[in-house]
Design a protein around this ligand. Structure first.
Ligand SMILES: O=C(O)c1ccc[n+]([C@@H]2O[C@H](COP(=O)([O-])O)[C@@H](O)[C@H]2O)c1
Ligand SMILES: Cc1cc2nc[nH]c2cc1C
Length: 367
């Protein structure tokens, strides 16, 4: 591990358990049968413990989309060409992408960070240029990133989280745009969860079943290459094993998301995870910094089949299942209104005493 990446091992902040209890006490007074608002209640209590406020709020949302290309696309693992990555970032900057529309509708801040596309991107005032390289290398044939590139991507994620905190964000959503990144994400998840390629590889942007089979073979080859390389090279004593997996099999966007999630957890900013790629990055974050798990909320179940296994490993049950599989942070953005409603209900409902409603304690059966 380079000195510049020691920060990923700094423990996450602790939740404010006392505030969680205070919020639970308030929730018990609200004019409803206990538990009747279901998981909206749990969300409000978790946010209270994260934000250290009895009445949490997620009005100020920061969405940060990390864009990067993936050299593994030369193996024919995506239904779309890599040029789409750059074109979609321009579309996001122009307001035409799904995440642009969602951010506007939610009045959320959106930041676009270019970590390196295969097709050169013209400078744009709405796109932060943080180019590391014109995409990662082909992970089926060699490491996707050098350790230095991986550390740079992690640091870009951290910098984005710190900017969100400086801007007063109450909730962080990380999104990504990168043709080929479901291959990189599946490879990272297979290595971390010790699963075969078939358990985590899916159609991504829309491969047919023959395409998925081919993609599985490519990931299996990458895992074998990674295994041999790890055996041949003694592990860098200072480098955490998950960071080595990330550099070998990941992508710049996955690394930046992982860095952002770790930094949010260290600085007390709640994170709302998105779909498959975001959740694999969250798995990396938790393996680097176990306490990061406390700061994560789960928005939706992606239609990408591998997502279920990653969610299971994270112990997360998503709020929504809308069969979305877009990425960009779009599933997380779609769940923001639910989080806002959970906070409003928790903060603004009357208590039994305020409303003069009797029967706060459940009636006991007559003796
Ligand atoms: O977030 C998800 O669950 C998700 C599932 C499938 C595809 N994607 C998006 O599709 C792109 C990657 O797909 P692919 O097939 O090129 O690996 C990338 O830009 C992702 O944002 C995203
Ligand atoms: C058009 C398009 C938009 C996307 N957004 C996220 N991933 C994407 C992949 C494609 C192909």
């Amino acid at each position: 591990m380079t000195a510049s990446t020691h920060w990923v091992c700094t423990p996450a902040a602790e939740l404010d358990a006392a505030m969680g209890r205070a919020a639970a006490a308030r929730q018990a007074q609200l004019t409803k049968p206990p538990g009747a608002l279901g998981r909206l209640e749990e969300v409000a209590l978790r946010l209270a413990a994260m934000q250290g406020r009895e009445r949490p709020s997620v009005e100020r949302v920061r969405i940060c989309v990390f864009a990067a290309d993936n050299g593994v696309v030369e193996e024919g693992v995506s239904a779309f060409p890599p040029s789409v990555t750059m074109q979609m970032v321009m579309n996001m900057a122009a307001g035409g992408a799904a995440i642009s529309v969602l951010a506007l509708a939610l009045e959320a801040d959106i930041e676009l960070v270019n970590l390196g596309t295969a097709t050169p991107m013209s400078p744009h005032p709405a796109v932060r240029d943080a180019t590391i390289a014109p995409g990662s290398a082909n992970l089926a044939r060699g490491p996707a990133m050098t350790d230095a590139q991986c550390d740079q991507a992690l640091a870009q994620g951290r910098a984005a989280a710190l900017r969100a905190i400086d801007a007063g964000a109450e909730l962080f959503i990380g999104g990504e745009m990168g043709i080929g990144n479901t291959t990189a994400s599946a490879a990272v998840a297979c290595a971390l969860l010790e699963q075969p390629a078939a358990a985590l590889v899916g159609p991504g942007t829309g491969l047919d079943s023959a395409g998925v089979k081919h993609k599985q073979r490519v990931v299996a080859r990458a895992l074998e290459r990674h295994r041999r390389a790890a055996q041949a090279t003694p592990p860098d004593a200072g480098r955490p094993a998950p960071a080595a997996v990330l550099a070998s099999l990941g992508g710049f966007d996955v690394a930046a998301l992982a860095g952002a999630y770790v930094a949010c957890a260290q600085r007390r900013l709640p994170v709302l995870l998105d779909g498959f790629i975001s959740s694999v990055a969250a798995l990396v974050a938790v393996r680097l910094c176990p306490g990061a798990a406390d700061w994560m909320l789960f928005s939706h179940a992606s239609a990408e089949p591998g997502h279920a296994l990653v969610l299971q490993a994270l112990g997360g049950v998503p709020l929504l299942d809308l069969e979305m599989r877009l990425g960009e942070g779009s599933g997380a953005a779609t769940a923001v209104p639910l989080l806002r409603l959970a906070c409003r209900l928790h903060g603004d409902m009357a208590t039994f005493a305020e409303a003069g409603v009797k029967g706060q304690a459940p009636l006991s059966a007559p003796q």
